[in-house]
Design a protein around this ligand. Structure first.
Ligand code: EPZ
Length: 430
């Protein structure tokens, strides 16, 4: 089992390039199957979830040509099956986007119930509500979601909860439905705008993405396009928190600063200096971080995917901070691991009360999920001594070459796959 091993105490300095947004790219790859022409997508992050979804798309019969780790072309005209079910696809959450894409184009989809990080129950009732509202029959049986329709018809859908996945999935299915669909209480994340822009570049007619009302007029056919995915705001925010926690000074490049506003605002409240440029932000950490309060909310609120990373920053800030998780019901699993590194955090319901300590101490910890795993890496970088992070397959679902990018910023970190390699690293850095 691979692990990250870190010798903490080194401040991060220099520049880091951010990759394409995983959660936009996953939906865009699914949407790319909705045309019989060839679609080329650039700025893909080369991470596990992307590779699993591409494999599933190929298994459907689509022609997939991985021109480089960050560029792929897809031609859906050879798709002969509407059933997606394998051991890998069951592990990722974004498999559900293939339901919206296949139902939208073929009026037929059978996809394994989605997996994903264990941060809560992860229902898909809102996705199903949308598909049914457009006239599909949807059944869950044998671990599969089966959706079928004579022909999807546009309708008015109100989402009871703000849901990124449901918003994107319904938008995709509606793109080729008959007539007009209105999605009320839609999620407004930047990657929803990215998916809408992608579909519109294929000839779809989608207006209002990025607001809470999205209007879609279905079209009979979608065509080829060439598209580049937006930068990943969560990867960017993760490096911003790593700079803050290690007392560093890092220029995070290839970002859209507006997408990072909530993270920047909270790091400023914690004492950091943030300089914004056209496509970069610079984070200059203070000598000592200070406490603040964070509540996760749908965009443009503070992103839930940045919650563990921000909690690690506040864990070594002066004073008492609170972190309130309002999106998922089980997103504090990293607290026990962080406690092993000396953190003093009390979780009461969906609120973590964090009494800042001076420094984390290195320890052996397990990554409980993707973003919590990245947060534990940040704690190791900021801590004293050696930290070993296990179960890093979670982290590699969403971060490309994390240890290489951190090493370029001055971190002393390596990825090892045996106790022997681990001891070699420890000897080398001692
Ligand atoms: C997407 O998950 C992201 N995953 C998550 O990122 C992210 O945390 C989340 O959006 C919120 O931004 C992908 O894009 C692959 P939701 P998703 O639907 O679509 C409830 C990461 O780290 N809900 O916006 O599953 C749900 O339980 C991952 O990259 C329903 O009740 O999130 C949650 O409480 C982790 N019924 C809330 O809505 C539904 O049908 C928001 O979930 C759907 C969701």
């Amino acid at each position: 089992m691979e692990q990250y091993v870190i010798k903490g105490g080194h401040t991060l300095h220099g520049e880091v390039e951010i990759g394409g947004a995983k959660n936009a790219a996953l939906a865009i790859l699914a949407a790319a199957t909705m045309t019989d022409e060839t679609v080329t997508i650039e700025n893909l992050p080369d991470v596990r979830d992307i590779n699993v979804l591409l494999q599933a798309i190929e298994e459907l019969g689509a022609k997939v040509n991985r021109m480089s780790p960050h560029k792929v072309s897809i031609n859906g005209s050879f798709i002969r099956s509407y059933c997606v079910d394998n051991e890998f696809i069951r592990k990722i959450r974004a498999s559900y986007y293939l339901i919206g894409a296949l139902l939208g184009k073929y009026n037929n989809a059978e996809v394994a119930l989605p997996g994903g990080c264990d941060i809560g129950s992860r229902p898909i009732d809102l996705h199903i509500k949308g598909f049914k509202a457009m006239g599909a029959e949807v059944e869950i049986a044998h671990g599969l979601v089966a959706a079928k329709a004579e022909k999807l018809k546009g309708t008015h859908i109100y989402l009871d909860k703000v849901s990124v996945g449901a918003t994107i999935n319904i938008m995709m299915a509606a793109a080729m439905a008959e007539g007009k669909t209105v999605i009320e209480n839609a999620a407004k994340e930047p990657h929803i705008v990215d998916v809408a822009n992608f579909l519109n570049s294929m000839g779809a007619n989608i207006r209002g993405a990025g607001t809470d009302v999205i209007r879609i007029v279905g079209v009979s056919k979608l065509h080829s396009t060439e598209y580049a995915v937006i930068p990943d705001q969560i990867e960017a925010g993760t490096f911003m928190c790593a700079a803050a926690a290690t007392g560093g000074d890092v220029l995070v490049k290839n970002v859209i600063p507006k997408h990072l506003e909530a993270t920047s605002a909270k790091l400023i409240e914690a004492g950091c200096k943030i300089e914004e440029y056209d496509d970069a932000v610079r984070v200059i950490a203070p000598k000592r971080l200070t406490h603040t309060q964070v509540t996760t909310l749908p965009y443009p609120g503070f992103p839930t995917d940045m919650q563990p990373q921000m909690a690690v920053v506040l864990g070594i800030a002066e004073g008492t901070s609170t972190v309130t998780e309002s999106i998922f019901e089980n997103r504090f699993k990293y607290v026990d691991e962080l406690t092993r590194m000396g953190a003093t955090i009390k979780v009461e319901g969906n609120v973590a009360i964090i009494s800042g300590i001076k420094k984390y101490t290195g320890a052996r910890v397990n990554a409980p999920d993707l973003r919590a795993g990245a947060a534990l890496v940040i704690a190791g970088l900021a801590g004293e001594g050696i930290t070993v992070v296990d179960d890093i397959h979670y982290v590699e679902r969403g971060y490309e070459h994390l240890e290489e990018k951190l090493r370029k910023l001055g971190a002393v970190i390596d990825k090892v796959s045996s106790e022997k390699e681990l001891h070699k690293f420890i000897l080398k850095v001692s």
